[in-house]
Design a protein around this ligand. Sequence first.
Ligand SMILES: [Zn+2]
Ligand SMILES: [Zn+2]
Length: 135
Amino acid sequence: MEEKYPKGIKWTKQRKIVYDILDLANSPMSSAEIYEEATKTADGENFALSTIYRIMAAFEEQSLVIKTTFLGEETGLYELNRGEHTHFAICLKCHKRVPLDTCPFMHIQYGKGPKNFTITGHKLEIYGYCDKCRA
Ligand SMILES: [Zn+2]
Ligand SMILES: [Zn+2]
């Protein structure tokens, strides 16, 4: 099942594990969250948080992942770059991330940007309170 992993990067065992974790994730993950998942795998003891940082930097360089930073927080969240993307509303209290159904910038992303400019991405921050925290 090697085809699953995109070409252009050397696939070490650890990189594959991290890729698999992101592949199964249903919302963006921080390096710490990825690390926590990685340590639960069969190869877990070989991971350090710095390993995750290095792998995420390599993935980012290859555009395998999209990094998002919410509300000016230091921590970046990573999700696989699947050619499509999801925006999230974030709860100001519990930091829960709720996916949006659509992208409001779809028309801009795919063609109708300003002249003499190539758009490669965009960010959108939506925040408020989840059902639990609003109660
Ligand atoms: Zn909440
Ligand atoms: Zn979008």
